[in-house]
Design a binder for this molecule. Structure first.
Ligand SMILES: CC(C)(COP(=O)(O)OP(=O)(O)OC[C@H]1O[C@@H](n2cnc3c(N)ncnc32)[C@H](O)[C@@H]1OP(=O)(O)O)[C@@H](O)C(=O)NCCC(=O)NCCS
Length: 243
């Protein structure tokens, strides 16, 4: 595919995916994500044709100007769009399908303890939200979305939404996926506990009784009537004598 055709369809992709997009000329001039993506094309060519050092130098220069670091070895599909661009890192063995979108601060990186293919593979039409990290040789299925701020370390099925740390699937094929752990927690919290309820009622009843007895005792004493010891006082007196 010719370079100019790539530019044209990338600009069209921006128009479709960015509600703030203006005319083609402005898009061509002002989207560093596109500039990084276009520069990656010759960088990747140099990398795969044995000019690896030169490819690295040019790629770091691109990073300087765009804030996007795409390793020249990464493989990127058509209509790839990095919105806002700053702080995006794409590792050497990353593979990105067609029609993918990344936002600022995304890392498609390694876990640090893998060799060989150690970066993610994104299917087609994948969206990775702001600041999300997809780490290791994991596969994010076509049509899936990674929520902003998520950290994905496991494969993501197709047409899913994954959010949180570590990333968990919350939607699949448009339907909510039950979070088993959260469900169990909430179930435990709201399940009635009859023994506990009886204990609470009994304790309240005993407290009321004690208060009433104390009240009666005060009234009787005020009238000058001698009150016999309560069983508790009797026991306390016996204990004192025994000592
Ligand atoms: C994940 C995202 C793509 C939405 O996908 P979706 O399939 O439409 O999912 P929903 O909006 O239905 O959300 C599903 C659940 O995930 C939660 N959720 C959504 N995004 C989340 C995120 N980034 N982090 C944590 N939870 C998130 C929702 O609250 C919802 O929870 P609930 O089921 O308990 O109500 C979107 O929220 C997102 O993060 N987009 C990134 C966009 C971005 O980076 N913009 C930057 C512009 S500068």
């Amino acid at each position: 595919m010719s370079f100019f055709r790539t530019i044209k369809e990338d600009i069209q992709a921006v128009k479709e995916r960015d509600p703030a997009a203006q005319g083609s000329v402005i898009i061509f001039l002002t989207y560093p994500g596109l500039h990084a993506r276009w520069m990656h094309i010759p960088e990747h060519w140099l990398w795969t044709h044995g000019w690896r050092r030169l490819a690295r130098v040019i790629s770091q220069t691109t990073r300087f100007f765009t804030g996007v670091e795409i390793h020249p070895g990464a493989q990127i599909g058509r209509r790839f769009f990095i919105d806002h661009a700053m702080g995006v890192i794409i590792g050497e063995t990353t593979v990105i399908g067609d029609d993918c979108t990344l936002y600022q601060g995304v890392t498609l990186g390694g876990t640090g303890h893998e060799t060989g293919k150690r970066h993610p593979t994104l299917g087609d039409n994948v969206l990775v939200g702001v600041g999300a990290c997809v780490l290791g040789n994991v596969y994010v299925g076509s049509g899936s979305k990674v929520g902003g701020g998520a950290v994905v370390v496991d494969d993501v099925p197709e047409n899913s939404t994954v959010v949180g740390i570590p990333g968990r699937v919350v939607r699949r094929d448009g339907k909510r996926v039950a979070d088993e752990a959260a469900h169990e927690r909430s179930h435990k919290e709201f399940l009635p506990d009859p023994e506990r309820e009886i204990e609470t009622v009994q304790n309240a009843y005993i407290r009321d009784l004690v208060r009433e007895v104390q009240c009666l005792r005060r009234v009787v004493e005020e009238r000058g009537i001698e009150v016999p010891c309560t069983p508790a006082e009797d026991r306390a007196a016996k204990d004192a004598r025994a000592k």
